[in-house]
Write a protein that binds this ligand. Structure first.
Ligand SMILES: CC(=O)SCCNC(=O)CCNC(=O)[C@H](O)C(C)(C)COP(=O)(O)OP(=O)(O)OC[C@H]1O[C@@H](n2cnc3c(N)ncnc32)[C@H](O)[C@@H]1OP(=O)(O)O
Length: 175
């Protein structure tokens, strides 16, 4: 299976916030943004594995400030790490306001996708080799984030979360 880099999965998506995307206050609805993020992340995961993918989980997303009607949303998605059949995708989202010239980071999130074969069975994905310092940092952190989300999903016992435990042990020593 061909080794991939995070850059191979880079996906950039732009959306214009139209009236139908907003609430009574003319702010972008959170659900609409999550939908766009899901699409960008799915495309990114598909670029990595060249398979059909399904969303397995979405980590916590917070909406820090309202995005306004007429803003241009810019979503950047990249696979940070591939496991056996699953991939973690990091998303960064900016809201650009053309008249004022501002471009504000409004969200970031991690989505997890699982690759499926023609019979909808899970299938192994290519490995990933991070290249830049930032990509290596995200790759290393992905194991901890995976353990946390699997515990929260009831799919891993906390005792088995070795990476997470190591993090807390190190933090305890620093105190
Ligand atoms: C693009 C879209 O929006 S698709 C629509 C929304 N998504 C869906 O409909 C998906 C519905 N869910 C499913 O089909 C299944 O639960 C699947 C395919 C995600 C997992 O199927 P399972 O039979 O549980 O497979 P299995 O236990 O072998 O796990 C497969 C992988 O999923 C990962 N996984 C499963 N659940 C989660 C979760 N909640 N969070 C993160 N990873 C998960 C596992 O860790 C495993 O990863 P690995 O192979 O890299 O170690």
């Amino acid at each position: 299976m061909t080794l991939k880099t995070p850059q191979d999965s880079l996906t950039i998506m732009n959306e214009l916030v139209l009236p139908n995307d907003t609430n009574y206050l003319h702010n972008l609805m959170g659900g609409r943004l999550l939908h766009w993020m899901d699409i960008a992340a799915a495309i990114s995961a598909q670029k990595h594995c060249n398979r059909i993918v399904v969303t397995a989980s979405v980590d916590n997303v917070s909406f820090q400030q309202p995005v306004k009607l007429g803003d241009v949303i810019n979503i950047e998605a990249k696979v940070t790490r591939a496991f056996t059949t699953s991939m973690e995708v990091k998303l960064d989202v900016w809201a650009q306001n053309m008249p004022s010239g501002t471009n504000i980071k409004c969200n970031e999130a991690y989505y997890t996708f699982v690759a499926l074969d023609e019979n909808s069975r899970t299938i192994a994905v290519p490995e990933i080799e991070p290249q830049t310092e930032k990509e290596i940092e995200l790759y290393n952190g992905a194991l901890r984030r995976r353990q946390l989300r699997l515990i929260l999903a009831g799919r891993m016992h906390p005792d088995d979360a070795t990476e997470l435990k190591a993090l807390f042990t190190a933090a305890k020593k620093d105190v």
